[in-house]
Structure formats: structure tokens, C-alpha cells
Design a protein around this ligand. Sequence first.
Ligand SMILES: Cc1ncc(COP(=O)(O)O)c(C=O)c1O
Length: 476
Amino acid sequence: MEPFQPQVLSQDEIRAMLTQVTEEEFAEAKTHSLVNLKRQILYEGQPGGAVVTDTAGNQYIDCTSQAWSLNIGYCHPDVMATVLEQMRHLTHVRYGYATIPRIKLLNRLPRLFPGELTKVVLNNQGGASGIEGAMKLAMINKPGATVFLTAYRGYHGCTLGTLAASHYMRGLQRFSGYGLDHFHKFPYPHCYRCPIGRELRTCGLACLELVEEVMLYGATAPIAGLIIEPMQGAGGQVPTPPGYLAGLKELCQRHGIFLIYDESQTAFGRCGAMSAAEYYGVAPDMMVLTKGLGGGFPVGALLARGDLKGFSAAEEHTTFSSSPVSFAAALAAIEVTLRLDLPGRARKLNERATARLRHMQEEHPLIGDVRGPGMFIGVELVEDQQTKVPSTERATALVELAAMLGVIFDVDMPEVIAGRPTFRNTIKIKPPLTITEEQLDQALDVFEQVLQQVEQFGPDELASVREQMMKEAAPR
Ligand SMILES: Cc1ncc(COP(=O)(O)O)c(C=O)c1O
């Protein structure tokens, strides 16, 4: 018997279930959905590429890689072939069981990153699960320590624990109280908006002193770990400056605090290296991975120093966190990333995009800053180059208009303070690393075209964009 010959359903039924949908069905689904749905119904990705088509036949160049995850593009043929092969054998096992993909992934991951990160725990939930795993591991290895340091405007997930670890968003006040007392925040080294008003050339990384102050005086209980994105993603595409992580590591070592990198976004070629740890040449005690790892399938991982004590059976497991299918996808995605030298490709694409964007910056005062390595680019829009007032409404409009012209961009983390949207003014340019030069140029053409449009907006248009934004941000 051919594998995958349906026994109960007909092949036609299956095809119809997955390829046909009416406007009425979509409208009804929106009434059921507890979360907002975007207006397009995405349907088909270009195999291994950056283009996605919706059910109306519109094509988009995706500069978001679907939450910065499709580093090797949509439905990469090698991942699809690997997954199909795995599906002939097993799709789900209980957490404690070894499977061949799990064994190979456990052995593969430690070889990809610097330092002594030889212990691994895998999951199929993603970044938040990895971060919570890291927190538990830090507490196991430093008994009695229950506090973590995290950065302003950091983002580590949407579970109650990781929301508390993330930048405190007033828009999420409904959950406040859950775990907030376990996190103490320190200013992130956002050099374009330096928290202490210094210049990178001369500051001597003085902001590290603020971190040490929090370590010394800011915590109400012993500190287990410091969790940081080596390059902030949601917080505005902000790489830490050279030397910062080395300084942070020295501080953590001196104070007996585990240094935990959240590399959910930065790894697997995204930043022009296999990891930000490699990019900066500074290895942490623990590293959280997800997104690009699974090649489009849900996989997360926590890597930890080899000398650390691991979990007991009950401490780290979920029903679906041992998917042989997803682990197989990850194995294939890793090989594709390495054999196509996608980190190198991301560096080359960065040169191309950054040169063009810097040129645009000279002509458009709306562009305050262009930053980020690899395909981890942020373009910060400001109302005024001197005051750097965030150009939130223009950025939102730019994303909307670009989508109408067939390019998907996104902005940094939403935050509404006192009834006013703040920030959300950094346009993220993070397409699959397999995007062609032509597609990247096309995306930047659209970027420039809509930039010119939103530059012309007057107060009325800005007010109406803001009104729409507030409606979408409002609690359901
Ligand atoms: C840096 C970072 N950490 C953690 C997460 C959370 O990952 P997940 O949504 O897979 O739980 C994200 C998600 O965007 C992220 O960008």
C-alpha cells in the first residue's frame, strides 16, 4: 500500500478541505477567533523562497519571514522531503522517548555554537518554552536564587512568565502581578537612544555600570540569571554595541549570575553568523533557540554549559515537545543553512540593502537610523532627526501601503502608553536569507515609494492612522 492513501476520507475531500474557502467562512471564523486575524488568507509559499501568495492570488515579498522564522524560505524542498520521509515512520511520541531525529538533533546542535554549550533540551513550543526552561535550569543550578535580570524593551515570549520577563507593556496590564516580582529590569544599550545620553565613541560602555548597580542594589532576592537578546528584535532591531556582551559576561561571572542569551531571532544565519554568540565572539552559559531552527516547523531548544545539572523527569516535558517530524525538519534546515552558506549570504545581502537604505537616509529626513547586521535590519523613522520623536503613525502607514504593493514589512513592538501608541517606528527588514537580489531590490523600491508617500502625510491622515491603530490595539 502506498503510504498516505486515505482510508476514511477521499483525496478530493482532503484537497477541498485545504484549498477552498469562502468569504462567508472567513467572516464566521473571525467571529469565533479570540485573536485578531490579518486581512489576507495566506495560501502558498514559494518553495525555498521569499514569496507568498494569498487566496485572492496576490503575491507578496515577505520581509518578515513569518515572525522571522523562515530563514531558508517557505516550504524548502529539502525540508519537505525530509519531513515526508519521517512521516512514513512516526509523527508523535511521548516526551521521554528517544527517536532517531531527536538523537541526531541533540548531537548536532552543540557543534554549531561557540563555548561549552554541550547540554540540550528540545521543545516544540518555541522561544518562551526555551526561556522558561533556562530559568528553571538556572534555579536548579543556583538553589535559592529566584530573580532574573532582563532588559528594557526586551521580548521573551507570551506565557505569563515570559511576559513578565519582557518589557513591561501597559497594554498588557490585565496580566500584571504574574511573576513581575521575579524580574528586575536594566537599561538596554540602545546606542541611537542611549539611556544615559552618551556617545558610543566616547562612552566606555558606561551603561554596564547601571547593570552592575541593579545586580548590587536592585534585586530583592538572590539573582539566578540575566536574560538578554544579544540583538533586540521586538524592541526595535537593536544590536548590542561591540564589547558590551564581553563586559556583561565579566559582570555575570563576578557576581555568580548565569548569562542567558535569547537567540530566538538571531541564530541560524539571520545576523550573518550562525549565532550572535559567534558574531560577537562571546559565549553565554545558556542559549535559547527557535524560529529559524525548525525550517518552518515548531522547534525550540535550550543549550547549556556541559557542567550544569539537568532536569528531573517531571521538571521539563510537555505532551507535544518531542515531535520527530519537527526535529527531522530542523536537521534538514540546519544542513541547508550550512551548505548554502546562508550566514554568508545574509552578510552580502546586508551590504546591498544597507548601502541603498543609507543612500535613502541622505534624501529622506524621516529615516533616523539604519542598523543591524545580516538580514536583521531595522530602519527607524523619526519626525525630527534632532529630537528623534518616533514616527509611529507614518511607520504604521508605510507597512500598510507596502502590503498593498506586494511587500510585507513589520514594525517593532506595540506599546500603548496613556492612550497613545509609542515607538512602533522601526521598520524591520528580515526576509528569508534565500531572497534573491532582485526581490530584495524590488522590496526596497516599494519601501522608498511608500516612504515618499507617508512623508507627505498631513495631520489629518496621521490622526486617522492613529485612530485605526488604537482600534486594533484595543482589548477584544
Ligand atoms: C527574542 C525572542 N524571544 C522569545 C520569543 C518567543 O518565542 P515564541 O513565540 O516561539 O514563544 C520571541 C518571539 O518573537 C522572540 O523574538
